[in-house]
Ligand binder design. Structure first.
Ligand SMILES: [Mg+2]
Length: 127
C-alpha cells in the first residue's frame, strides 16, 4: 500500500482505486461497502475534514496547511475522503474520470465564463 509510486501528476486513478479495493478486500470489509454505507462514510469523512477548519478565520484556514501538524491532519482526512470516494466509484461501477469530465462539460454549459471588456452589457455595470 505504501509502495505506490508517484504523486497526483503520475498516479492513475485506477491504481489508487485498485489499492483501496485490495486493502478493503483482504480485511473482509467488502460486505459492508454498499453504496448507502459508503455514501454515509463519505459524508462522515467530509465532516472530519470540515472539523479541522471549523472556527478558523479565513486567514487561519489559508495558512493551516503550512503548519506541519495541521497539514498532516488535513492530508489524512483528504485521503480518507478520497479513499471512500474511490470505493464508492468502484462499488457503483461509475468511472470517476468519465463522471468528472461529463460534469465539467455540464458545468461549462451551465456557467459560461463571464463576458470581458467590450462584451459586457449594462447588467454588469450595476451588479
Ligand atoms: Mg477520517
Amino acid at each position: 500500500m505504501t509502495d505506490l509510486p508517484g504523486g497526483d501528476a503520475s498516479t492513475p486513478i485506477a491504481v489508487l482505486k485498485e489499492a483501496i479495493c485490495h486493502f478493503a478486500a483482504v480485511r473482509g470489509w467488502e460486505p459492508y461497502h454498499t453504496p448507502k454505507n459508503l455514501a454515509l462514510a463519505l459524508a462522515s469523512e467530509v465532516g472530519e475534514l470540515c472539523a479541522l477548519f471549523r472556527w478558523l478565520s479565513p486567514e487561519q484556514s489559508l495558512s493551516a496547511a503550512r503548519d506541519p501538524q495541521q497539514r498532516e491532519a488535513i492530508a489524512d482526512e483528504l485521503a480518507d475522503v478520497a479513499n471512500i470516494l474511490l470505493l464508492l466509484s468502484a462499488h457503483t461501477g461509475i468511472d470517476l474520470s468519465d463522471a468528472v469530465r461529463a460534469k465539467l462539460e455540464k458545468n461549462a454549459r451551465k456557467y459560461p465564463p463571464p463576458p470581458t471588456g467590450e462584451e459586457r452589457g449594462a447588467e454588469y455595470l450595476n451588479p
